[in-house]
Design a protein around this ligand. Sequence first.
Ligand SMILES: [Zn+2]
Length: 126
Amino acid sequence: MRAVKTKNTAPELRVRSLLHGLGYRFRLHRKDLPGTPDIVFPGRHCVIFVSGCLWHMHECRRGKLPASNVTFWREKLERNRRRDQRVQTQLQDDGWRILIVWECETKDKGQLTRRVQTFLEQTVRD
Ligand SMILES: [Zn+2]
């Protein structure tokens, strides 16, 4: 298995294209923010992470640990999870709202549209 691919993954591109289609403006991979969020809406103070189910231990079929090298994977993925939690706490402390979109949730366009719209429209524009 390859190293973690964090940018411009297929699920992330699906989310970006959907957001474009809805007319939202956003920035990508802001390195000055904790965790380099995938998609950033500076005016709304919102960020979206598009997370791979395996790498970020989603509780779904795709998030299951690989059958071999279980100890290695568990430690590696637990480190990812702890880092995710640390990053999310830092962002929230700085006043950012966070939406996690899981890889497995990017296939259903209708449902994804409702989720991102609900999330983004809760935010007061400045
Ligand atoms: Zn999943």
